[in-house]
Write a protein that binds this ligand. Structure first.
Ligand code: DAH
Length: 341
């Protein structure tokens, strides 16, 4: 029996020191010291021994168990330390490695132009409004004095969502005039930038989606002179002192009188070139004195109050501001182009 224990001891010590994982070590503990383990198997034979031998063997067996337990414990400590070491090695951060270059982008030139425009108007006491791109035809047309049958409602000009033409992608930012009149206290001074949609083919100056900035002032005693003075001041602020503009008579259903404003072409200085289609001028906005019917439809007394409004094409202003010759460049998002601003 002593020989058996000796053999068990040698095998166990050898395999415990050689164990290469916590799991393997646990398996060895079960194999040698477990309830059905090898040491228990040996002890079951104690019954065959004489009364003198039994306590001696019992003591030896206890010593062996204690020794193996101690071996297992120190093997466990060794394996755990090694595992921690490996983990630390794997997760090590080398703080001396140079960082990755993060390239920051910048604003799109059109939004840069918009920010400048907003700053100019906010400086003059205007409030900036945001409104829906999916709009009711009532706001886009009716309340702007363009009832059913008006040529500007032609279905082919516009994107509708329903067959009875009540909900649409707004074709202009002018519905924001109505929304402002219906919700704001007088006097009103607002601009409302945003996307608008029309059934246009893409070319150097057209796109089915583009941006407008709507503007409106309503107060007592407001005149066309205020309109011209304000818009000229804005253009000088945006494009530099001495910027030349001109106002031409025009027609819009919601203004009377109506006009369009041009700025002199930045490419040719007014001589005529491909950018201005030989005209020397670039049209940038429509404007006019708000039609009394439009004021009345939104509940404003047109005897007491007058107002003016405008709608500018943001892309055209950005093109002039940054000397861009083709509208398509603004939407194509070619970084070689965008990087220049
Ligand atoms: N909404 C017009 C358009 O898209 C532009 C316009 C003209 C806006 C006159 C106005 C205005 O506010 O008074 O062509």
């Amino acid at each position: 029996m002593k020989a058996l224990m000796q053999e068990l001891r040698e095998n166990a010590v050898k395999s415990i020191t050689g164990a290469d994982s916590i799991e393997a070590l646990e398996a060895l503990r079960v194999k040698y010291l477990g309830k059905k383990g090898e040491l228990t198997a040996i002890l079951k034979q104690m019954g065959k021994l004489s009364a003198e031998e039994r306590p001696v063997m019992g003591q030896l067996a206890n010593q062996l168990r204690a020794e193996l337990e101690k071996n297992i414990e120190s093997a466990r400590a060794r394996l755990e330390a090694a595992a921690l070491e490996a983990k630390l090695e794997l997760e090590a951060v080398d703080v001396t490695i140079p960082g990755e270059d993060i390239r920051l982008g910048h604003k799109h030139p059109m939004y840069k132009a918009l920010d400048e425009i907003k700053d100019i108007f906010v400086g003059m006491g205007f409030t900036v409004l945001d409104g829906p791109e999916v709009e009711l035809a009532t706001y886009n047309f009716d309340k702007l004095n363009a009832e059913e049958g008006h040529p500007s409602r032609d279905w082919s000009d516009t994107f509708y969502f329903d067959t009875d033409s009540r909900v649409m992608l707004r074709s202009q930012t002018s519905p924001m005039q109505v929304r402002a009149m219906e919700t704001m206290e007088l006097p009103i001074r607002i601009i409302a930038p945003g996307r608008v949609y029309r059934k246009d083919e893409v070319d150097a100056t057209h796109s089915p989606m583009f941006h407008q900035v709507e503007g409106m002032v309503i107060d007592k005693g407001v005149t066309m002179a205020d309109l011209k003075g304000t818009l000229n001041a804005v253009m000088e602020e945006l494009f530099g002192k001495g910027t030349v503009t001109r106002f031409r008579p025009h027609h819009f259903p919601f203004t009377e009188p109506s006009c369009e404003m041009d700025v002199q072409c930045h490419k040719c200085g007014g001589k005529g070139c491909p950018t201005c289609k030989g005209e020397g001028w670039i049209e940038v906005l429509g404007a006019g004195m708000i039609h009394p019917r439009v004021l009345e439809m939104s509940g404003i007394d047109s005897e007491e109050y007058t107002g003016w409004a405008f709608g500018m094409g943001l892309e055209r202003l950005a093109m002039r501001r940054f000397k861009i010759s083709d509208l398509r460049l603004i939407f194509e998002n070619d970084v070689r182009f965008l990087e220049q601003f």
